[in-house]
Design a protein around this ligand. Sequence first.
Ligand code: C2E
Ligand code: MG
Ligand code: MG
Length: 275
Amino acid sequence: IIKDITEEKLSRFEGVTIDDSKKEIEELLRKAEAKEYIEFDVYYQPIVESGTKKVIAAESLLRWKNPEKGFINPVEFISVSEYLGMIGALGDVVFREAFTMCRTINKHIDSEFKMHINLSTIQLTQPDIVEHICKFARETRVKKSNIVFEVKESLAIEDMRVMQKVLIKLKQQGFFLLLDDFGIGKSSLGTLTELPFDYIKIDKSFMKAYETEQFNPNLLTAIVDLAHSLKIKVIISGIETKQQKEFLLMSDIDEYQGYYFGYPVEKDKFTFGEC
Ligand code: C2E
Ligand code: MG
Ligand code: MG
């Protein structure tokens, strides 16, 4: 377990104890709302192209630095914010920040830099979400084709039905779509053909099994071949070691993401070049 605790994880959990209840998060969220969410920030983690080793994209990840508790993990507060009806406002922080960051980076480079943004099921099922996102795109003047929305499969069939409609609309608007956490939970192959995904991201649990008996490289090859036959690009997440990277260089995976290439960092610390 000790080996698993990285600096990033430690800093995220600083001051937060296991006993912290959802009730406490709820109270802290209400205080944060009263302060117009200034405690929230967006961090960026590099995504590297396998062929060129260049940082060609970033995933935006919401960070909450609470004055009392230090960093609070998104896994702990996103579901509570959804329950309180605050995810819309938090999403707006991300759209504004990440779209602006994307436009700024693209102004400085010749190639196209893509910004990945996570959208939860609750966000996707909000009425007018597509128009809402388009409004932010207009205001920040970001190119829609530079934005990749990351969504996870939902267990609820009804959610998937609504999501399908929204995702098709986003796609028609020119945004790119990614199926996140591929390979865990449901992740049915049907989803890949029913929804217009441009990318899949293989869940970090896959590489976590590297060097254990559970690790199956043939499965990886099969996933990549299947995705490519559907014209879907493959990103793999959770790359933490040089050995993992070197193993992956022998595969046809398109893009890499993980602590080995870079931690999520604040806007001013984000660098891109070759890895
Ligand atoms: P996700 O979209 O699957 O994000 C990937 C998570 O893996 C991030 O955790 C990231 O910091 C972490 N990670 C990246 N590389 C590595 C690695 O090499 N090893 C390990 N062990 N972990 C790695 P984070 O930032 O705590 O986010 C957790 C989840 O919270 C995200 O999962 C996403 O579902 C949600 N989330 C974060 N930001 C947003 C946001 O802006 N909007 C929405 N709706 N959800 C968000
Ligand atoms: Mg994601
Ligand atoms: Mg994930």
